[in-house]
Design a protein around this ligand. Sequence first.
Ligand code: HEM
Length: 263
Amino acid sequence: MAARIVGIALLVILVVGAEFVAVPEARLIRRDDSASGVVTGGGDGESAAGARRPSKWNRGGVISVAGIDTTSKAIEWAMAELIKNPREMVKVQTEVRQVAGAQGVLKEHLGTMSRLHAAMKEAMRLHPPVPLLLPHEAIQDTKLHGYDIPVKTWVMINAWPIGRDNETWENAEELLPEKFMHSPIDYNGKDFRFIPFSAGRRGCPGIVFATRLAELALANLMYHFDWELTEGQDLESFQVVESTGLTPALNPALILVAKPLEA
Ligand code: HEM
């Protein structure tokens, strides 16, 4: 099974693709973001992991790109999947409204909103906000499940098919929060079936902040509004499809009708 996952997921990039370019000191920058200094990869000898470390001038760029777009996309994907699956949305809404009660959603409530928590994970399983994670570089010749990976090879992990693998997930293409309700699988990258934040020591340092923020926002959206598709849209034709890009957006954009709950 592990070999299959690696087989599906491991894209060994010897020639860097269109979005990234290696600069002489082996730091890797995104070609289209070079002006804003967004570093997304590179082994500059600073760490034994041969991985990325942003310089002072680009740290702000890294944090804003890493933390803002990803989190807002996670909320958007969750909303899109819930509107596509109205029964699941009602279950999440019922939980949120019951737990929050008249006082409204407080961050202290999140710990007891297990269905909301599971729905957010399920949305990230189907739509990891950074599907190809970020490039990593091999620091030594490695043999992995029969593949020879020479030192300095860029390795990109595709989290998208891992989350949809029929052999590891039942009803892999469907949003069913139950998958996570009684499961120990968390965001921390310890289970390679679910790695929206990557894994290991260069995994995302913003996991706790991002998941709390996304869940708090989603809980408020569920608490305060009922949601419908716009006129002219129906459930059958409504598609939850990714655009291209480092952090893909919904294509077409998600436009919904929000009906405030009457007091
Ligand atoms: C749902 C939201 C988020 C997702 C899905 C996400 C995902 C990721 C992924 C996949 C990586 C690459 C890790 C690797 O290649 O091993 C990463 C790196 C990073 N993330 Fe996040 N992230 C999110 C939110 C945040 C937030 C809120 C922050 C900061 C407040 C943040 C800060 C960072 C930083 C600084 C890195 C680079 C870490 C390094 O190179 O050592 N992320 N993130």
